[in-house]
Structures are given as C-alpha cells and as structure tokens.
Design a protein around this ligand. Structure first.
Ligand code: ADE
Length: 246
C-alpha cells in the first residue's frame, strides 16, 4: 500500500514512521509512506499557503491551489485519474475500526492535513473523496489525526503484525472491548492475577475472557453492547457476570 500525506509539518511524522510496527512495516516494504510539504506546491516567492477568510473572522484559511496541485501530481505519478483522498477534519465521519478496515483495502490513499482555522471548502467539496474525524474534539491540525488513521490502517495490512490471531482479538474487532491481560508475576503487591489464567484450562480461559469482554463492554460502552448480536451463551455469561459483581 502507498499512502501520500499532504501537510505543512512533515517533520511531525518522523517518530511515527521510524518506530515499532510502522518502522518495521516500512523497512519490509509493506507500506510506502510519502510526505509532501504543501508549501512546496506554491508558486509565489514567499510560499504562501494561507489567506484571510472571505467574509471576515478570526484566523487563516488554507488556500486551495497548492492542495489541488499536490493531489493531482500524486495521481499523475501513480498514473491514476482518481485516488481515494481523505481530508482530516473535525467535521468528517467519525473514524472507527470498520473504517480502518475499509481503508486498508485500498492500494493508494492520499491524506490531507488541514491547519489553522480550516481549509478552503472547495477542497472538501471537489477534491477529497472522504472527510474523517478521529473524535469530537478539535486538534490544532490534521497531523495527529492522520497519524492515528495511518497507524490503525497499517497494522491491518497483511504481514505487518506477527500473528493474525492478535488482530482478531483486538478491541472493537467484534464490536466488543478486549478482555483484560495479565503477565508475570502471579502476585504483585498482594494483587493476584486471576487464577483461571494460570490453570492451563484452555476452555475455561476462553470462557472467562469472553465473559470479561462482554462485561467490560456492557459497563464501559453500553452504546457498543447494544449493537452486538449476542448468542444465548453470551447472554448467559453476561447475566452470570452481573450476578457475580452485584
Ligand atoms: N483536525 C482538527 N481536529 C480534528 C479531528 N478531531 N479529527 C480530524 N482532524 C482534525
């Protein structure tokens, strides 16, 4: 997969791109991430990327020309007339695991990071094919949002994670939160790890994990549990868990 990111601050991405899973995925050629400084697509002496908002008001607005030109040049380089192009904005559709899976299915993606008071609306209307928000809060720019999206998408690409099993058990994969994890020591400061996990009883462990996952989701995210189709066994596990708790 290739991802082209248009930003005023390419240097912000250095950490994400070089470390951990992302660093290894890039080294192994599983993803090709290209950063484009929007300023490089201006033609004036001072490389101006923003201007005052028409109609007045506070702050500056990113001009459409360098963004249109950058997207068009990427398309030309790829030999494609249309590349899925996402504008990161608090006004976009709310990002989630399902959208991450959808984006991971593309060969190419272009991400546009807005900044300042916003981006000229013609970019959203006539250039971007999608607008994505990572949550109902306002960041100072789209870079952190783009990093969240890229990170989520890249770990879903084939071969990026060591074991495919760890993907299936992630939080949100099935619409549920993940069960709690423990590691050694079995007792720490008087706090014991659940004995079932040390029992070697694989069926018992799977049952406990499913129950914890259901309980956690019901308590912390009632909005999620309402959307999940629960089996008879799930319902049993859940009511049993609530009985134990109360
Ligand atoms: N830019 C500023 N805030 C944002 C958000 N919440 N999501 C995506 N892009 C943004």
């Amino acid at each position: 997969m290739r991802i082209d990111i248009l930003t005023l601050f390419p240097e912000m991405f250095a950490g994400l791109l070089s470390c951990s899973i992302m660093g290894r995925a890039r080294e192994r050629g599983l993803v090709d991430i290209r950063l484009h400084d929007i300023r490089d697509y201006t033609h004036d002496k001072h490389h101006v990327v923003d201007d005052y908002p028409y109609g007045g008001g506070a702050g500056m607005v990113l001009k459409p020309e360098p963004i249109f030109e950058a997207v068009e040049l990427v398309g030309k380089e790829l030999g494609l007339s249309a590349v899925p192009t996402i504008l990161l904005t608090p006004q976009g559709r709310l990002f989630n695991q399902e959208i991450a899976r959808e984006l991971a299915g593309y060969q190419h993606l272009i991400l546009i990071c807005g900044h300042y008071e916003g981006v000229d609306e013609r970019v959203a209307e006539h250039l971007a094919s999608d607008e994505i928000s990572i949550g109902d809060y306002v960041l100072s720019g789209g870079e952190v949002a783009a990093m969240a999206v890229v990170d989520c998408v890249v770990r879903l690409l084939p071969g990026v994670l060591g074991s495919e099993v760890s993907l299936d058990e992630d939080s949100h994969i099935e619409g549920l939160l993940e069960y709690p994890q423990y590691t050694r020591p079995p007792m720490y400061r008087g706090l014991a790890a659940p004995s079932i996990l040390l029992s070697g009883d694989h069926a018992g462990i799977a049952r406990w994990r499913r129950q914890q996952s259901l309980l956690r989701t019901a308590k912390r995210r009632p909005d999620l549990i309402e959307k999940v189709v629960l089996s008879q066994e799930d319902k049993k596990l859940l009511s049993e868990a609530f009985e134990i708790k109360s």
